[in-house]
Write a protein that binds this ligand. Sequence first.
Ligand SMILES: [Ca+2]
Ligand SMILES: [Ca+2]
Ligand SMILES: [Ca+2]
Ligand SMILES: [Ca+2]
Length: 406
Amino acid sequence: MRVSLLRRLATLATTLGLTSLGLLGAATTPAQAAISDCPAGYFCAWKTDNGTGAMFKTNTNKATLGTWDNTFQSVVNRTSKYACLHDDPNYSRTGGVTSWAPDPAGTEWGGSQRTVSSVSFVATERECWFPAYPEWYSSTTPQAAGFGDLNADRKADVLVRDKAGRLWFLRGDGTGQLVGSGGWNAMNALVRHGDFSGDGREDVIAREASTGKLWLYPGAGTGSLGARKLMGNGGWNAMSRIVAYGDLSGDGRSDVLAVEKATGKLWLYPGTGSGTLGARRLIGNGGWNAMNALVGAGDMNGDGRADLIVREASTGKLWLYPGRAGALGSRVLIGSGGWNVMDTFLGLGDVGSDGRADLVTITKSSYVGESCRGVGCQLVYQGRGNGTLGSRVETANDWFGLNGFF
Ligand SMILES: [Ca+2]
Ligand SMILES: [Ca+2]
Ligand SMILES: [Ca+2]
Ligand SMILES: [Ca+2]
């Protein structure tokens, strides 16, 4: 596995919260008359600290600022994007960068340090410092796949949703490809694990928050997704968790598991292989709401059947439920505690080079590691092939300022 550079650690994980410009006041002060001169849809700046005098305005990126270079002392951002104020020309991210949130009404303005030399506008705050998507590197050795592989190159890949509702496909070489141009924040569950439509290509399943409908987005085999098809006609908001599991029913087709919020029951929805789900079957009598993460991790214990990894909320323990034919076997403890520092678990199959399924996690702010701490560290736990996990490896530190990993 290629380990990405752990760059600009410590400072940058907290930068997003710390470098926003300090508020000087609402636009009700005597300066209001000048600040309010900024037209709707524009970013404006003044050389004075109260928005008086000559006004700079733009609604497009400015690589240099001419006579306005290093003069911004008060600013307002009436655009619908984040304004990144770069200390260096040409939108450099290596010098200082401060962000200013979108404020179309122009009710908030703030002070700047007379250091700004270029201005850029971006959809999400993290893009002031980073690419829109994080770094993902998977093994360069092709593996027997089946899931965690949307573009069918037998290397594990990741989908990332950003705060603007865009969906990015990370193929595993550090690059990202836009595969959803917007609207994905309308989904309150997003899962994938192999093929549901029967064409051999991995698909994505999403639950629409407003309707409780379940949608199948057929994978094109390239990382892109085709036109969606209705998979569940409502009612799915009754489920606290939805898991794309792999094959549990034993017919070789990918299935879905779901925990019923009201009862804590675990249901198996067998995939039909034609983009629909068959009649559900009860596979867990109750208690499943005590688990606050469920991952269809693939075959972790080496018996050829897909298994389920879950996290117990109250203890932070990690359990492995081995898959049997149409049911789950007795659980085995595989993590004795501390797993509540994880924000996200990803079951992507083998991300190393040994042919064994691994577990990938993204951390919360409470995580403290060896070379990364806080929110957005990406860790890989190598599966040993007997159900247990090896020690964590910190593989990236820029998985923050986003809205989900799948
Ligand atoms: Ca792939
Ligand atoms: Ca498919
Ligand atoms: Ca099945
Ligand atoms: Ca297994």
